[in-house]
Design a protein around this ligand. Structure first.
Ligand code: MF3
Ligand code: CO
Ligand code: CO
Length: 316
């Protein structure tokens, strides 16, 4: 008999209420001429990926600097997350903090994206465009900060709790962070890309959470998105063997309900079809001689997730 996949028990959690609706999107923000820009900043077109999967030592040093800035900007943004702030105001905060540090906010004009950061609230899975919607008490919001500095990108995100958040959503956010770290902990020279997704999927399943399949981690370095693909579920075809010096992101999106998605007409905002909530965390990392090194870490060693993600409840 053919092996059938065990179907997940979808918890009986109601859709997010009220649903997130598109707000008004303000003008793109300006970057001073003195700040070095990635090639797509003018045209919107990153072109084909041509970069190597492995970084030179000089590129790696640059990625430590870009990663630290990305982490510090994300931590800074987290201080402003509270009921009443609009996602456009978060865009302004991220934009200004990024350029204050001499970096370029990578999302700006990437494939025509109009804002400097992605803000994804509740049932929005990823790529939410900052707009006039104020955060409400009980929301969850993923802020995805990428910066371009010294010729390379650092890409990281964290899901923040807004005020008093229900227990299911707190659990979703906490376990999404744990799943990312479980995936990252498999990384070492000689391991395979699919080990990452297998660990993430296993953790999600244990907690009855869905795993989004349409968006995956990616090679990152001199290019924002390069050829290496990192699924967050077990894909036997993802057989690439990891080598020292490879740099990529791990950025699982986990859902309370079914992970199937649809896009708004803006062609960016991805939402769950069932309207139930989704959470995401992201780090940029490098494969070292014996394991991995997180690159999106503040210069004092902290990360946004360590500061802001809820801690999972004791086993049970
Ligand atoms: N930072 C996102 C990622 O993790 C990509 C955003 S692309 C944008 O890959 F254009 F929406 F900014
Ligand atoms: Co990102
Ligand atoms: Co990414």
């Amino acid at each position: 008999m053919a092996k059938r996949k065990r179907k997940r028990n979808v918890l009986n959690i109601p859709p997010s209420d009220p649903p997130v609706r598109p707000g008004m999107i303000g003008l793109s923000r300006q970057v001073p001429a003195s700040i070095p820009k990635p090639p797509y900043a003018e045209t919107g077109d990153p072109g084909p990926s041509i970069s190597s999967l492995v970084r030179t030592p000089a590129e790696l040093d640059a990625m430590r600097r870009a990663g630290a800035i990305a982490a510090e900007v994300l931590i800074h943004a987290g201080k402003f997350v509270e009921p009443g702030i609009t996602t456009d105001k978060i865009d302004e905060i991220v934009h200004n903090e990024t350029i204050r540090r001499g970096a370029y906010p990578s999302p700006l004009n990437y494939r025509g994206f109009r804002k400097s950061v992605c803000t994804s609230v509740n049932e929005v899975i990823c790529h939410g465009i900052p707009d006039s919607r104020p955060l409400a008490d009980g929301d969850i919001i993923n802020i995805d900060v990428t910066v371009f500095y010294d010729g390379v990108h650092g890409d990281n995100s964290c899901t923040f709790l807004v005020g008093d958040v229900d227990e299911h959503s707190r659990k979703l956010v906490a376990e999404t962070y744990v799943s990312m770290m479980e995936g990252i902990k498999t990384v070492r020279p000689g391991s395979k890309v699919h080990d990452i997704g297998r660990a993430i999927e296993r953790h999600a399943r244990k907690h009855n959470l869905g795993v989004v399949r349409e968006f995956i981690g990616h090679g990152v370095g001199t290019e924002f998105h390069s050829d290496l693909q990192i699924p967050h579920y077990y894909d036997p075809r993802a057989k690439t063997v990891l080598e020292e010096g490879m740099t990529f992101t791990v950025e699982p999106m986990l859902t309370l309900g079914d992970p199937s998605l649809y896009l708004w007409e803006d062609e960016w905002t991805a939402l769950t079809q069932d309207g139930r909530r989704s959470a995401q965390f992201e780090h940029t990392l490098v494969v070292t001689d014996s394991g991995f090194e997180l690159l999106t870490v503040a210069s004092d060693g902290t990360t946004a997730a360590e500061l802001y993600a809820p801690v999972p409840e004791a086993a049970g």
